[in-house]
Design a protein around this ligand. Structure first.
Ligand code: ADE
Length: 224
């Protein structure tokens, strides 16, 4: 997979790709991530990439021309399956979207800033718009890093244990059951006997019940 991220703050977004699973995926050459500074496509030598919105109102809007130049350059080099725009006014990211994006070959992720991008960018280029939650971040960079993490860990071969992504919360629309490790008793708090029993069918059954209960209590909407 190849991911091209267009941003006004490349330094803000690079660090998550230099650690942990995303770094491992890049080192194993299972994914390539390229960062493009929108200012390199600015309209003038002062780096102009944004302007006031027509009709008045606070906040600057990213202009179409620098974004067009950047996306068109990338498109002249290869085909893209998805051109994604990170924005709070979109459908919320979920595991199903992460699963389907983990199968694409090339994608561009455009991160917004200030008041967002000129609507014509969305109309002309964007194939999918994604929010990471019902709150507003200062820019789309952190949201793009979240999306990439959720997607990259699902690429086959990225996780050492092939099954571990499959038992994640949400993979089956259920929250995860509780987990415990040593010691089996701490400050009077005991690990449930069943987990120490060695009876694996019973353990599976206990986990399934706990997952169901936990989901019912915390996120009943997932069970609808
Ligand atoms: N940009 C700003 N807030 C965002 C959010 N919640 N999701 C995606 N992109 C964003």
């Amino acid at each position: 997979m190849r991911i091209d991220i267009i941003t006004v703050s490349p330094d803000l977004i690079k660090s998550p790709f230099e650690h942990s699973i995303m770094k491992r995926a890049i080192d194993k050459k299972l994914v390539e991530v390229h960062f493009h500074n929108l200012r390199d496509f600015a309209l003038n030598k002062y780096g102009k990439i944004d302007d006031y919105q027509f009709g008045g109102g606070a906040g600057m809007v990213l202009m179409i021309e620098p974004i067009d130049k950047c996306i068109s350059k990338l498109q002249s080099e290869r085909n893209y399956d998805e051109i994604i725009y990170m924005t709070p006014d979109a459908k919320t990211l979920n595991q199903a979207t992460a699963n389907s994006l983990s199968m694409v070959k090339n994608m561009i992720i455009l991160t917004g800033h200030y008041k967002g991008v000129d609507q014509r960018v969305r109309d002309k280029f964007i194939t999918k718009e994604i929010s990471i939650g019902d709150y507003v971040l200062s820019g789309g960079e952190l949201a793009a890093a979240v999306l990439c993490d959720a997607v990259i860990r699902l690429i086959p071969g990225v996780l050492g244990d092939e099954t571990s992504a499959l038992t994640d919360s949400f993979q089956d629309n259920l929250l995860s059951p509780p987990v415990y490790t040593r010691p089996s008793e701490y400050d009077g708090m005991k690990v449930p006997d069943v987990l120490l029993s060695g009876n694996f069918p019973k353990i599976d059954e206990w986990r399934a019940t706990k997952a169901q209960e936990h989901t019912q209590n915390i996120r009943p909407d997932l069970l609808d």
